[in-house]
Design a protein around this ligand. Structure first.
Ligand SMILES: [Zn+2]
Length: 110
């Protein structure tokens, strides 16, 4: 997926939430992805992209349970399966790292 395609796909999700649409537009995701690709190549690294629908926030990074709904205003949550307490963003970062490693090491698809 090219950076512009990625940015477009993110923008397609946003119309339901006007504030989110503005935030994504302001962030210029396409430029961010282009910069990441450039820097990764510069340093001999591989940039791994995961599917935009990968449930990084809703998946428990401890046990893998996926909650059905997790509105954006919920910043912390407890996993109903294993009981661990999550910070939404830290949990998502752990899941994204794990998915990226799975793609680069095992060729998994997310
Ligand atoms: Zn859990």
């Amino acid at each position: 997926m090219r950076p512009r395609d990625y940015a477009s796909s993110l923008a397609e999700r946003a119309p339901r939430d006007h504030k989110l649409a503005i935030a994504i537009s302001d962030a210029n995701w396409g430029e961010l992805v282009r910069q990441l690709e450039y820097k990764a190549e510069w340093y001999g690294r591989k940039l791994v992209k995961i599917d935009r629908y990968f449930p990084s926030s809703k998946r428990c990074s401890n046990c893998g349970y996926v909650v059905e709904k997790l509105p954006l205003n919920i910043r912390e949550w407890d996993c109903p399966e294993c009981g661990i307490h999550h910070d939404r963003d830290i949990n998502a970062a752990i899941n994204i790292l794990a998915a990226g490693l799975a793609v680069s090491v095992c060729g998994a698809r997310f």
